[in-house]
Write a protein that binds this ligand. Structure first.
Ligand code: NAD
Length: 279
């Protein structure tokens, strides 16, 4: 292995600590409300981890567990109550929602100033015009890892694999704002390997186990692997790690790379939202 490992666990721990220190200096406790509809096991684990990390960082987190049969109207009423609650600075509705509820209507009902996921169209627009305060957590985590690794972005070629609204598109917007020259590649891209080989910085957010091979990577490139895929009994990224690490200059592992950054960035967004609302 020639690549430097970018240790997301360590960077995330430092960010959580920094949030805790800043929170301790406030005359109030920032509040985070997480809404979970139904019993999706993966979501339940994730929500429990969010609660624990938030409380450890001095954020008053509570989870509202609603039954799977909750109607859309009832969920919208819950969100309206959270929007009006002065103690609540951040609202996060855990996705996916049950099929009978329109996610779009729910996301649009959240007060944009409390939208710590950054998914509300107002915050999406602000991200593109460069005025966003609340940026989606995983993309924000990607940028923080690049900053931590000391990666210069100005004038560099960045390739983002994947164009989802949650990861690919916002990562591309943030890299563009940081003066990289950005290509977004996706499932209809003609020659994915050739696009990747041009990258100084490659961000993979596809959801296909080990799609990106070692010979897709330019020597010395920085590789950020957002993917989380199950391969047999292992968790792997979108990048074939061993092959890639033999050519790349720096690389994130899976697990222990981007994953831990997401919750840490959620805590930071909650703090940001609280300070913007309450000073
Ligand atoms: P998504 O399914 O919404 O989007 C995947 C994107 O990849 C699409 O834009 C699609 O065009 C592209 N794609 C699919 N197959 C492709 C192929 N064969 N070649 C090229 N492009 C292809 O997924 P997402 O929500 O953006 O998540 C992507 C991955 O990141 C998943 O593995 C997910 O689990 C992971 N993820 C991790 C975190 C984290 O906290 N680390 C957060 C969100 C998502």
């Amino acid at each position: 292995m020639t690549a430097t490992l970018i240790d997301g666990k360590q960077v995330a721990a430092a960010l959580r600590e920094s949030v805790a220190v800043r929170t301790a200096g406030l005359p109030y406790r920032p509040g985070l409300a997480v809404v979970l509809v139904g019993e999706d096991p993966a979501s339940s684990v994730y929500v429990r981890n969010k609660d624990r990390a938030a409380n450890a960082a001095g954020i008053a987190a509570r989870t509202l567990r609603l039954p799977a049969e909750t109607t859309e109207a009832a969920l919208l009423a819950t969100i309206a109550a959270l929007n009006a609650d002065a103690e609540v600075d951040g609202i996060l509705v855990q996705l996916p929602l049950p099929a009978h509820i329109r996610s779009r209507a729910v996301i649009e009902a959240i007060d944009p100033d409390k939208d710590v996921d950054g998914f509300h169209p107002i915050n999406v627009g602000r991200l593109y015009d460069g005025t966003a305060a609340l940026v989606p957590c995983t993309p924000l985590g990607v940028m923080k890892l690049l900053a931590h690794a000391g990666v210069a972005l100005r004038g560099k070629r960045a390739v983002v694999l994947g164009r989802s609204a949650i990861v690919g598109k916002p990562v591309a917007a943030l890299l563009t704002a940081a003066d990289a020259t950005v290509t977004v590649a996706h499932s209809r891209t003609a020659d994915l390997a050739a696009e990747c080989r041009r990258a100084d910085i490659l961000v993979a957010a596809v959801g296909r186990a080990e799609l990106v091979r070692g010979d897709w990577i330019a020597p010395g490139a920085v590789v950020i692997d957002v993917g989380i895929n199950r391969l047999g009994d292992r968790l792997v990224g979108d990048v074939a790690f061993d092959e890639a690490a033999a050519v790349a200059g720096a690389i994130t592992p899976v697990p222990g790379g981007v994953g831990p950054m997401t919750i840490a960035c959620l805590l930071e967004n909650t703090l940001t939202a609280a300070v913007a609302r309450r000073g």
